[in-house]
Design a protein around this ligand. Structure first.
Ligand code: PYC
Length: 310
């Protein structure tokens, strides 16, 4: 299996170029469902230690349905197949440039959530124009066992987010353990109460949003991912969901740019344009760096060839 690893603001992406199961043809959302239901062992073995690492997102390249797209991609972490992934799209774009498959300019990439546009500015810098993002519920109060009442918004940015602003815990690296424990409890409470998307889609990510200690930045976030790891980057789909909330509150004008920090201090530049269906079309600009190019080996005699299942 040929892979190229990159990181976007500290968040790793592993692009799988060959050696993955054949998911057939047809809509990417169907192929993503097939990956999730029939090939869990495959994607877990690529993400789990010792081959993978915590927080890593996989990007499986597939043939796009739309022939104007440079590629199709299905993103996943160790526990879930994702509708879309912002940091992964930036990592994938930089990977395609590293391979010489694309040059500076605009390109389209097909994801299960829809077609996104990327602009490659230089070898590392990419702007993703995401699918239309929207706030679905405002000020939902959950009774979170061990924590009590927590109020937040439900929004979609390619994945489903519960966004709490301001964060009940300061968004600092020293607090990552407490931030993780509380956001996991919130996601479980949301799922138990059936709080999610319009069609009952479950919350898969939770964001705590805080003022940044540095006035140069708009805010700092902590983002819990489906595998209970936190996003080292400010989370592209999460930032999209957050932009939808800011726009719905009248707190950010179309075209106005803000800089969002992650809990480790990496940044995205964010802005939006109004979408055709009352949502927003987010723009996310970030940087990725290639870390390695490798052939993954699955040795029959390796007792941990499927990864370490804890
Ligand atoms: O950047 O959208 C994102 C993302 C989702 C999960 C990890 N990163």
């Amino acid at each position: 299996m040929h892979v190229i690893d990159s990181h976007t603001g500290g968040e790793p992406t592993r692009v799988i170029l060959s050696g993955a199961p054949d998911l057939g043809k047809g809509p990417l959302a169907d192929r993503a469902r097939k990956l999730a239901t029939e090939h869990k062992g495959f994607y877990r073995s690529v993400m789990l230690e010792p081959r993978g690492q915590p927080a890593m997102v996989g990007a499986l390249l597939v043939e796009p349905v739309d022939p104007t797209c440079v590629t199709g991609v299905i993103f996943f972490d160790v526990d879930a197949v994702l509708g879309m992934c912002g940091h992964g799209t930036i990592g994938l774009t930089v990977t395609l440039a590293y391979q010489g498959r694309i040059s500076a300019g605009h390109h389209k990439i097909e994801t299960p959530a829809g077609v996104v546009t990327v602009e490659l500015h230089d070898a590392h810098t990419v702007t993703v124009t995401n699918i239309e993002s929207r706030r679905v519920h405002r000020d939902v109060t959950l009774d979170v066992p061990g924590y009590g009442a927590v109020t937040g918004d439900v929004a979609y940015g390619g994945n489903w987010f519960f966004i709490v602003d301001p964060s009940p815990i300061p968004v600092e690296t020293a607090n990552i353990r407490q931030l993780t424990e509380m956001t996991v409890a919130i996601r479980e409470a949301a799922i138990t109460c059936g709080i999610g998307g319009e069609q009952g889609e479950p919350i898969d990510h939770v964001i705590f949003q805080d003022a940044s200690p540095n006035p140069e930045f708009h805010s700092r976030n902590f983002v819990l991912c489906p595998d209970n790891n936190y996003d080292r980057s400010p989370c592209g789909t999460g930032s999209s969901a957050r932009l939808a909330c800011l726009a719905a509150d009248g707190a950010l004008e179309p075209g106005e740019e803000i800089t969002q920090q992650s809990v480790i201090g990496s940044t995205y530049r964010l802005s939006y344009q109004p979408g055709p269906n009352q949502g927003v079309i987010p723009s996310i600009t970030g940087q990725a760096h290639i870390m390695s190019e490798a052939t993954l080996v699955f040795d029959e005699n390796d007792p941990f060839r499927a990864g370490i299942e804890l």
